[in-house]
Design a binder for this molecule. Structure first.
Ligand SMILES: Cc1cc2nc3c(=O)[nH]c(=O)nc-3n(C[C@H](O)[C@H](O)[C@H](O)COP(=O)(O)OP(=O)(O)OC[C@H]3O[C@@H](n4cnc5c(N)ncnc54)[C@H](O)[C@@H]3O)c2cc1C
Ligand SMILES: NC(=O)c1ccc[n+]([C@@H]2O[C@H](COP(=O)([O-])OP(=O)(O)OC[C@H]3O[C@@H](n4cnc5c(N)ncnc54)[C@H](O)[C@@H]3O)[C@@H](O)[C@H]2O)c1
Length: 474
């Protein structure tokens, strides 16, 4: 049996971060993945193909919307060509995540599913066993399939199969109005499908600030039908056509569709790991329980990424992975902080989220200050004819930023300024002291933060004092 300082099970965003970090620090490292093409969900079925598809869809949408300037377009999209372009993006990035690259770092890479035999031994498909002084589980998640009657007859697609569709579905129903459902729903709507989103909850994008959710729904409803409070009762098939039966309150409805896309959250990939043989505790849904150092109930076994049920994002898997490198290689007890977590949802317009929503901030801090700019007050957005949306910065009464949210074209890029500000402990007023080249989109931040000084200088005691000073200073 081979012995390692560290074994990593799962070579996606989290696992690869840990593997590269541990090996470069000199730990004898083994990496196991059931697939030969490392990179995990983000690369193969998630972030990369979805963003590649979204980009094509936006190009098609823009091309179809230039008739006002005398240019007319027509035609149906060629899904095979689109899928080919998506595959090109994946294979380009795949080179960076290739087995050879990790072997060159000195890591032993094993391909095949792994399972725990006890708290130090992992068995590979084929029966070989590896011994790990410490072990990291980073096996990610897969689509949650709710127990909806009829899915076995109608079939369904998920993020694992959607990038293989040969033809554009004429009609497409998305069950679930979270980021996966909505990003892809909008992409298909822009490619030409007639899209309906059925969301069980009271609102789409349930984790977003209330004002952002409302604005997003108002904008998206121009391109697709969105039904909230929708209880999907069953699906059925008749004469080659699929139907989704749902109710809202006491009213029953049926929607006809070619394909049914399930975007109803995630299930952790823990069912074949035999974690019970290692004594690792999981919650009711199978997510591995960890403390803030990413240690499981067995202190030399760690879990990072989607599998621990924290925040299912690539950058969070990486963030957790970096901390685990220090804890697993040097035995430290560094903890992962989930304060001020950012994410961006790649809709048109984009939705940016940092830290607390207004409701959360009010619950946590009581009185809060809101500095908001509507994008129609930002010259560049007006010039672009893309002035729908807003930016909202939430601070304590002392000006400490506790949340920032935006909806608008390209906000995910320039709102990075807020992430830097929060990380450097800057207050909202500090954002107004920088120079913003005119006319850029980031001026939205300048305008929102100027309000801080305006409030300070033009109300309260300051204006009274300055008037007195000016009178005195002759
Ligand atoms: C459609 C979609 C769009 C997304 N878009 C974004 C986005 O824009 N931004 C963002 O931050 N996040 C996005 N995400 C989320 C992101 O993909 C995940 O959070 C991220 O991939 C999690 O990384 P991970 O390391 O936990 O798991 P993964 O990257 O999935 O890696 C898990 C690895 O474990 C392997 N594995 C599983 N079981 C076993 C086993 N028994 N033995 C050995 N190996 C095993 C798998 O083969 C895989 O390689 C998106 C997800 C989806 C589905
Ligand atoms: N841009 C990004 O960063 C990005 C993009 C896509 C996905 N992701 C990550 O992937 C995770 C998973 O995304 P997701 O959208 O699948 O999950 P989610 O949990 O965020 O949203 C699922 C939605 O489906 C609804 N739902 C669940 N069961 C339902 C049912 N039976 N009928 C109708 N609606 C139902 C839920 O109420 C919820 O609104 C996200 O939380 C996010 O972290 C990130």
């Amino acid at each position: 049996m081979k012995n390692y300082d560290l074994i990593i099970v799962g070579g996606g965003a989290g696992g690869l971060t840990v593997a590269a970090g541990a090996a470069s620090l000199g730990a004898k490292t083994a990496l196991i993945d059931k697939r030969e093409d490392l990179g995990g969900d983000c690369l193969h079925y998630g972030c990369v193909p979805s963003k590649a598809l979204i980009e094509v869809a936006n190009e098609v949408y823009q091309a179809r919307n230039v008739s006002a300037y005398g240019v007319h377009t027509s035609g149906v999209v060629d899904m095979k060509a689109i899928n080919e372009r998506i595959k090109q993006s994946i294979s380009h990035i795949q080179e960076h995540d290739s087995i050879d690259r990790f072997r060159d770092l000195g890591i032993d890479v094993f391909i095949g599913g792994a399972s725990f035999q006890n708290e130090h031994e992992v068995e590979l498909v084929g029966g070989d066993r590896l011994y790990g002084k410490r072990i990291v589980v980073s096996t990610g998640s897969r689509p949650n399939v709710p127990p909806i009657q009829g899915l076995d007859q109608t079939g369904y697609i998920t993020n694992e199969t959607v990038f293989d569709l040969d033809e554009l579905p004429k009609k497409l129903v998305f069950i679930g109005g979270g980021p996966i459902g909505l990003e892809l729903a909008q992409a298909f709507a822009r490619l030409g499908s007639e899209v309906t989103v059925l969301e069980a909850g009271p609102a789409i994008l349930g984790k977003e600030d209330q004002d952002v959710r409302k604005k997003a729904q108002e904008i998206l409803e121009r391109e697709m039908k969105i039904i909230t409070h929708a209880k999907v009762e069953k699906t059925s098939r008749d004469e080659g056509q699929n139907y989704v039966h749902y109710s809202v309150g006491n009213n029953s409805h049926v929607v006809e569709t070619d394909q049914i896309f399930l975007a109803t959250g995630r299930t952790p990939n823990t069912d074949t790991l035999q974690l019970e043989q290692a004594g690792v505790s999981m919650d009711k849904r199978g997510f591995i329980k960890v403390d803030d150092t990413m240690r499981t109930s067995v202190s030399h076994i760690f879990a990072v990424g989607d599998v621990n049920g924290s925040y299912p994002f690539t950058h969070i898997a990486g963030h957790e992975g970096k901390t685990v490198v220090q804890n697993a290689v040097f035995g430290l007890r560094r903890s992962v902080s989930y304060e001020n977590i950012p994410w961006n949802t790649y809709l048109s317009p984009e939705v940016f989220h940092l830290g607390l929503t207004q409701e959360e901030a009010q619950n946590e801090h009581g009185d809060v200050m809101i500095y908001q700019t509507n994008l129609d007050e930002v010259d560049r957005y007006v010039a672009d004819h893309a002035s729908e949306g807003f930016l909202k910065i939430i601070t304590t009464t002392k000006g400490h930023i506790v949340g920032a949210h935006a909806i608008g074209k390209g906000v995910g890029d320039w709102m990075q300024v807020l992430i830097l500000a929060v990380n450097k402990g800057m207050k909202v007023g500090d954002l107004s002291t920088m120079i913003y080249p005119y006319p850029n989109h980031t001026a939205a931040i300048e305008q929102a933060s100027n309000q801080y000084w305006r409030n300070k200088l033009f109300s309260g005691v300051v204006p009274k004092l300055t008037k007195t000073f000016i009178r005195w200073f002759r």
